[in-house]
Write a protein that binds this ligand. Structure first.
Ligand code: AMP
Ligand code: GLY
Length: 420
């Protein structure tokens, strides 16, 4: 099989690493990929959201399976266009991906399917939104409706916070058109967990539950990011609870999407908050999580490709997921300034040691210069991942890997896996 991975983050590096090991695969390409992925695959200089050129490439190169990492090409209809060209793709159609592309649509699905979520309302104007927030003492979360690279969510402590967030999104339009509509919801408390299903539209295979770390600084301080590290499995979601999430969250969402003529194939990700009143969905994503995928895939044993193909074809019958019983931890190394304006072009030292099955350095925003030196190229630069006997052991091993790497302004949290 000839496989094309779309994307250039650490998630896509982890996917490429697993796919490259499949005996079914004899050609692996990545668009645009990164220098780490370039050691496993042929890099194709096409941006992940350049739908037209990706389809053209896949057709010309007789690609058998396209694995789409990020949300933007899904929402832009890459999978629809590939299907029209007769090319199999892992990922949902644009209509199904709207469950991530519009938070208001996701809420509509949740309400219709009876999926537990935060109390909420949608607004186009500041004044009524502020009144709604005031009635809840400012303890609300303000979310831009559309895609905002994980930065469109503001957790508020006061009515002043809420007003600022509403003005930024609705008036200053800091997220552009993604902020034409805002969702305001009650602020929940509890631990978070990411529960991801690989699905063919009806059947699901649950990936092991993971915990992400959204805030930039150790101790859950500072602004939200795309994710600063993850561990898997999270003991906060027991196997029984995962089965319950499958039954009460993921399967009802899939049924409701199918009922509306938007069958979903690919990875459906439920971001949950485990409240005293039970799990509540904070968001759905139409793809695998980054950084959750990195530790999750460290634990997947055997061949990932049949699972991806089965989901893409709409037939997961007889395809199971085999997991390593060990735990995995992934620590993100981010550039100076992240999640704000980042500096790029800094030399990365110490990331070139040979990885092993138990310790991996997945590249995200990296670049190589003309002499082949490795440079930072964006916010989340690398994810260092390790397997260990338990989460503590895996974290110790991952931080052992982190200690070998340095670049100017390198930021990372020191508490990934410290409080599982
Ligand atoms: P989202 O992109 O909707 O998952 O939001 C990003 C992060 O904001 C989540 O991972 C939570 O940490 C936080 N968050 C979102 N919604 C809520 C909520 N209703 N209550 C408390 N925190 C939230
Ligand atoms: N780590 C959160 C996400 O992928 O959206």
């Amino acid at each position: 099989m000839r496989v094309l991975v779309v994307g250039s983050g650490s998630r896509e590096h982890a996917l490429a690493w697993k796919i490259a090991r499949s005996p079914l695969v004899d050609g692996l390409f990545a668009a645009p990929g990164n220098p780490g992925i370039g050691k496993l695959a042929t890099l194709v200089p096409i941006k992940a959201d350049d739908v037209g050129r990706l389809v053209e490439f896949a057709r010309a190169e007789r690609i058998d399976l396209v694995v789409v990492g990020p949300e933007a090409p899904l929402v832009a209809g890459l999978v629809d266009r590939l299907a029209a060209a007769g090319i199999l793709a892992f990922g949902p159609t644009a209509a199904a991906a709207e469950i991530e592309g519009s938070k208001a649509f996701a809420k509509e699905i949740m309400t219709a399917a009876g999926i537990p979520t935060a109390e909420h309302a949608t607004f186009r104007e500041v004044a009524p939104a502020l009144a709604w927030a005031r009635a809840r003492g400012g303890q609300v979360v303000v979310k831009a409706d559309g895609l905002a690279a994980g930065k469109g969510v503001v957790v508020c402590d006061s009515i002043e916070d809420a007003e600022r967030a509403l003005r930024e999104i609705l008036v200053d339009r800091v997220h552009g058109a993604a902020g034409e509509l805002v969702l305001v919801e009650e602020r929940l408390t509890g631990a978070e967990a990411s529960c991801i299903a690989i699905t063919d539209g009806t059947r699901v295979r649950m990936l092991p539950p993971a915990q992400d770390h959204k805030r930039i600084f150790t101790g859950d301080r500072g602004p939200n990011t795309g994710g600063m590290g993850a561990f898997c499995p999270t003991p906060k979601v027991t196997p029984d609870q995962l089965a319950e999430v499958q039954r009460t969250v993921l399967v009802p969402a899939l049924r409701e999407l199918a009922r509306r003529g938007r069958p979903f194939r690919g990875a459906l990700y439920a971001g949950l908050m485990l409240t005293p009143r039970g799990p509540r969905v904070l968001e759905f994503n139409a793809r695998l999580g980054d950084p959750e995928t990195q530790p999750i895939l460290m634990r997947v044993r055997g061949d990932l490709v049949p699972l991806l193909v089965g989901a893409a074809r709409g037939d997961l019958h007889g395809i199971e997921l085999e997991l390593d019983s060990r735990a995995a931890v992934g620590v993100v190394l981010a550039a100076e300034g992240y999640p704000g304006r980042v500096t790029t072009g800094d030399d990365i030292h110490g990331a070139d040691w040979a990885p092993s099955d138990d310790l991996q350095v997945f590249h995200g925003a990296t670049a190589a210069d003309a002499e082949g030196r490795l440079l930072t190229a964006g916010g989340r630069v690398l994810t260092v991942c390790a397997l260990g006997a338990g989460i503590e052991d895996a974290a110790r091993r991952a931080y052992g890997g982190v200690a070998r790497i340095r670049f100017r302004g390198m930021q990372f949290r020191t508490d990934i896996g410290a409080r599982p």
